[in-house]
Design a protein around this ligand. Structure first.
Ligand code: DGI
Ligand code: FE
Ligand code: FE
Ligand code: FE
Length: 187
């Protein structure tokens, strides 16, 4: 799918603020793809659609998680996690994207997972460091992303977990396992 057509589709699903974020993720993901030898076209499409489901009503997302028999753990955790797997499902169903690499990059863009693919890592990190993100530690991850994508991923997972722990929030098991798997086995 061409960039302009994809952007037009996603623009109808998300707010203007989220659209600006999406453009930032797209440009960052394409740059990282070129840098690390991933297909920039796959990075572009995955980035454009990564937050496709961000504004779906909670009840609709819950229904999809149940009907599609996605992990039950999702429903026990913060609903902010739901738009990633639900987004992958809806992007296939409503937009007709069938590329499994692209769909899994959307599916795991919030939690990560052990043994992430290069494209999954690129979308995860691009989402974290796109130019519109301003939070403590982001500049360090931006620099790491140019030298070592795995280190950038570890740092962003650390920051995310620290942020959640400080607010007394639960950490989703996949997030924790992604971190452990990178630190223990580099995967
Ligand atoms: O959709 P975005 O805002 O661009 O970013 P995202 O999809 O990476 O993250 C969405 C939200 O999910 C963000 O506020 C942080 C939260 N989150 C990420 N990992 C975890 C998490 N929330 C919980 N409770 N547990 C996690 O492991
Ligand atoms: Fe997201
Ligand atoms: Fe993220
Ligand atoms: Fe995002």
């Amino acid at each position: 799918m061409e960039r302009e057509a994809a952007l037009k589709i996603v623009a109808e699903q998300i707010t203007e603020h989220r659209y600006v974020h999406t453009i930032g993720v797209m440009e960052t993901a394409i740059q990282l793809a070129r840098h690390y030898g991933e297909d920039p076209k796959k990075a572009e499409i995955a980035a454009i659609f990564h937050d496709y489901a961000k504004f779906r009503p909670k009840a609709e997302m819950k229904q999809i998680i149940e009907e599609q028999q996605m992990s039950k753990q999702l429903l026990e955790h913060n609903s902010e996690l739901w738009h990633a797997p639900v987004g992958a499902y809806l992007v296939e169903k409503e937009v007709g994207i069938t590329d499994q690499d692209v769909l899994s990059a959307i599916k795991y863009h919030t939690s990560g997972r052990p043994n992430m693919t290069l494209l999954e890592k690129i979308i995860y990190v691009a989402d974290y460091i796109e130019p519109g993100r301003h939070f403590p530690g982001v500049e360090e991850v931006r620099e790491l992303a140019q030298s070592d994508l795995d280190l950038a991923l570890i740092k962003s997972l650390q920051n995310t977990m620290m942020f959640l722990l400080k607010k007394n929030h639960a950490v989703y098991p996949d997030t924790f396992q992604t971190y452990n798997s990178l630190v223990l086995t580099g995967g």
